[in-house]
Design a protein around this ligand. Structure first.
Ligand SMILES: [Zn+2]
Length: 363
């Protein structure tokens, strides 16, 4: 009998131990559950670096002698990033060419066939401004691939934000037409990729190139999942971007155009960002922010008449980063578009990238 009690006590002790362990396990589980509720899946380490996406074959696109969108633009940017010591602090990513299935989320098959055919008979002019060489289609696919790699980096934990130093540019490209130096609309494809590959529902595209991004606007004009915000010189190429163009159908209100006059200054554009971009973005709550980062609004640029300086690009970058910090866990992917005065371009990109690296960073 005493042995029975003894074994009962032993059993009871084991059960109590087991129960304690189970209780601890349940407590641990619920702690995890509580933690995962407290920290949404979009959160990530605060001390991540800025990524720089670049491929040497971006230099292969050659629109011909005297064309402002020339390979020297990227060479000047890379040389200046190296000289300023920024390059060695960046996470370097060398992308692959984007698969055509991703390009076809935005562009028609006929358009891709024309790009391939044009490469075969290069040099070929789609219009007076938009000329391709034998390797232009490859360079353009690599530029799109650069955006997709950057999206992967910031949606994962490889980078806090990213700058894609690519060419040819993209924001004038329409689903079925190359124009304005642009063959493929990289940022639009990147938006589709982020939505399909990373389950991002709402994106903000901020377009501060001095020209209106008619291609990007057209692609998302009736799409309420992408807020397109553009500041640009008006009147100017390509002639679109009136403040009356606000979207259509389900997309009404998710296109915001702020046309600005020749001579627009840093202060004026910062005011527009604070008064127009910030409230629109706060209402929209984007989960990812993309920048169509043209630097042709610089006062030295030969193709337009704005008066921006490096300080203006820094200020715009900070405002966009604050929006992303508030709604998108800091996720920003910025793509080089215009910018044709080599020194001003290199300095402005460095100011932009330095801000991406340092603003709001945890020491
Ligand atoms: Zn431009």
């Amino acid at each position: 009998m005493s042995r029975t009690i003894e074994s009962f006590n032993r059993l009871s002790m084991h059960m109590r131990t087991a129960a304690r362990r189970l209780g601890a396990a349940i407590a641990a589980l619920s702690l995890l559950a509580w933690e995962s509720q407290a920290r949404p899946v979009v959160d990530r380490p605060a001390n991540l670096s800025t990524a720089l996406v670049y491929h040497p074959d971006y230099l292969l696109h050659d629109p011909g002698p005297g064309h402002p969108e020339r390979r020297e633009r990227l060479q000047a940017i890379m040389a200046h990033l190296e000289a300023t010591g920024l390059l060695e602090q960046l996470v370097r990513i060398e992308p692959k060419a984007a698969e055509e299935r991703w390009i076809e989320t935005v562009h028609s098959r006929a358009h891709l066939q024309r790009l391939r055919d044009a490469a075969a008979v290069a040099p070929y002019a789609f219009d007076a401004d938009t000329v391709v060489s034998a390797h232009s289609y490859r360079a353009a696919r690599l530029a799109t691939g650069g955006m997709l790699a950057a999206i992967d980096a910031v949606m994962g934990s490889r980078a806090r934000n990213a700058f894609v130093a690519a060419r040819p540019p993209g924001h004038h490209a329409l689903p079925d037409r190359a124009m304005g130096f642009c063959l493929i609309n990289h940022i639009a494809i990147a938006a589709r990729y982020a939505q399909r590959q990373h389950a991002v529902e709402r994106l903000l595209i901020v377009d501060w190139d001095v020209h209106h991004g008619n291609g990007t606007q057209a692609i998302f004009y009736s799409d309420p999942s992408v807020l397109y915000f553009s500041v640009h010189q008006s009147p100017h190429y390509p002639g679109t971007g009136s403040s009356l163009e606000t979207g259509e159908g389900a997309g009404v209100g998710t296109t915001v155009n702020v046309p600005l006059p020749i001579g627009t200054s840093d202060d004026a554009i910062v005011h527009v960002f604070e008064q127009r971009l910030v409230p629109a973005a706060n209402a929209f709550e984007p989960q990812l922010v993309l920048i169509t980062a043209g630097f042709d609004a610089h006062r030295d640029d030969p193709l337009a008449g704005f008066e921006l300086t490096e300080a203006g690009y820094q200020a715009m970058t900070r405002i966009v980063m604050d929006v992303a910090a508030r709604h998108a866990s800091g996720r920003v992917v910025s793509l080089l578009e215009g910018g044709y005065a080599l020194d001003a371009l290199a300095r402005s990109v460095a100011a932009h990238v330095r801000t991406l690296m340092t603003h709001g960073a945890i020491d």
